[in-house]
Design a binder for this molecule. Structure first.
Ligand SMILES: [Zn+2]
Length: 267
């Protein structure tokens, strides 16, 4: 099977993971800018990270025949320091023309604080000005529904934002419909412990259909599984979904959304 991994934090993974993903049929991997597991102390730390995502990581992926793309921005966990966040946001435009950059992400909310909202609005503005796609991280557990509503309000309030060019990631049973009803795309993150398991994700697909949805592993420095997407494809097959339906969710859908960026080109 052929698939796209639309959300994976490969800087945290080993070359063994790249090899296993390539063996499993991965055609391209997309890496949103994220929290490193610790707070960076200066904008220079982000400058180096953006350089890593646009220069170094594509070369590492290419060793395994994989195309590597990325998203740039400051994540909500580091948005509490608004001055730092604004300095980081100012760094982003200079990187947007680099060949593997798909848009602004992952941005969003974590604790739904006032400062996080301010930084989110700044980054939505940045995407609007530079006509970039947007990838949004939604909060965990009890903060998710409220956070998702706040994020959708910010996006809907900016008339320059085209819903089909936004993906809201980490949706769950109680937020997926809200997102799809706005005309935006929804991403399901497959985690071994938290977020959706392969079985839960397929339950959601069976309820809401295969349109404007994608699956990702978000594999990072924590407990996560770089093969979560093909594992979920297997779960779909076991439940009798057709090969065409599986291909739509794991390959055609992410390709359709991501191809809205002129930088996303795969064979
Ligand atoms: Zn992520």
């Amino acid at each position: 099977m052929k698939y796209i991994e639309p959300h994976a934090h490969m800087v945290s993974r080993t070359t063994d993971d790249y090899e296993r993903m390539a063996l499993a049929g991965c055609a391209a991997v997309c890496e949103p800018a994220f929290w490193a597991g610790f707070d960076r102390s200066s904008p220079a730390g982000f400058y180096d990270y953006f350089s890593q995502l646009t220069e170094h990581e594509p070369k590492r992926a290419a060793m395994f025949g994989l195309k590597h793309f990325c998203w740039l921005g400051i994540n909500s966990k580091e948005a509490e320091d608004v001055k730092l966040a604004e300095e980081v946001i100012d760094l982003v435009p200079a990187f947007l023309e680099r060949g593997n950059v798909l848009g602004i992400g992952e941005i969003g909310l974590n604790k739904n604080s006032r400062n996080e909202l301010r930084v989110l609005e700044r980054q939505v503005e940045l995407a609007a000005i530079h006509r970039q796609l947007i990838l949004v991280h939604t909060p965990h557990l009890e903060d998710k529904l409220k956070g998702t509503r706040l994020i959708l309000d910010v996006l809907k309030n900016d008339s320059r934002i085209v819903p089909e060019r936004v993906i809201i990631d980490h949706v769950e049973e109680h937020t997926v419909e809200l997102v799809l009803d706005c005309g935006m795309w929804a991403g399901m993150t497959l985690y071994p412990e938290t977020k959706a398991t392969p079985a839960r994700a397929v339950d959601i697909l069976e309820l809401y259909g295969n349109e404007r949805l994608w699956l990702n592993s978000a594999c990072d420095w924590g407990v996560s599984d770089p093969l979560a997407v093909p594992r979920t494809a297997l779960e779909m097959k076991k439940r009798g979904h057709t090969a065409m339906a599986v291909e739509q969710v794991i390959f055609a859908n992410p390709k359709k959304f991501l191809s809205q960026s002129p930088h996303f080109k795969i064979a």
